[in-house]
Ligand binder design. Structure first.
Ligand SMILES: [Fe+2]
Length: 194
């Protein structure tokens, strides 16, 4: 059960290529920031003025919009950190399912990496309960581009804060290093729990 009052600890000590400084800023400032804002929004919603609800601008509208931004900011970052700390060696039922749904592991990987270059925010490998298949999704914002009824498994953050300190504008090398750090055991466990 998710508790938005609790922050999740990093599941690893060190990564290959992605520096401790980048991860510290990413986890301790940005991720924690989303969590605090989610909590602040929940407090404000308790007393938000419902009588002035308006689709152009109203307190209620803005709070409800940013509630999804903050919540997904928390959930996607947790899934991103959970995706890391391994040796990049694909294994388990998730590997079999990727081969089944994408034709080959290489096909899936090629698409996921290309989406990493095309996205402005996130690339997400998710299981879709609607059709029972794995899909890659691209989103530019935390609260845009998701599909209802899907569960994220592997999450790649391509906002510049995730890589610029270590790689400058060389996003391609960051994505290559992300793949070397994927913890497939964790992804497989998440998949098998669905
Ligand atoms: Fe991020």
């Amino acid at each position: 059960m998710k508790d938005y009052n609790q922050s999740k600890k990093l599941p690893f000590q060190k990564l290959n290529g992605i520096s401790e400084k980048t991860i510290a800023i990413h986890h301790n400032k940005l991720y924690q920031g989303y969590l605090k804002k989610w909590q602040e929004i929940q407090e404000k919603l308790k007393t938000a003025d419902k009588s002035s609800a308006n689709a152009t601008f109203s307190e209620l509208r803005e709070l409800k919009l940013e509630e999804t931004f903050a919540a997904n900011g928390v959930l996607l970052h947790e899934a991103y950190f959970d995706s890391l700390g391994g040796e990049g060696d694909p294994k388990g039922k998730i590997k079999e399912a990727l081969i089944k749904d994408f034709g080959s592991f290489e096909n899936w990987q090629e698409e996921f990496k290309a989406l990493g270059m095309a996205a402005r925010g996130w690339v997400i490998l998710a299981f879709d309960f609607n059709d029972g298949k794995l899909h890659n999704y691209l989103t530019d914002l935390h609260n845009q581009g998701g599909v209802w009824g899907t569960s994220p498994l592997l999450v790649l953050d391509v906002y510049e804060h995730a890589y610029f300190i270590d790689y400058g504008s060389d996003r391609k090398s960051y994505i290559e290093d992300f793949f070397k750090n994927i913890n497939w055991s964790v992804i497989d466990k998440k998949f098998q729990k669905l």
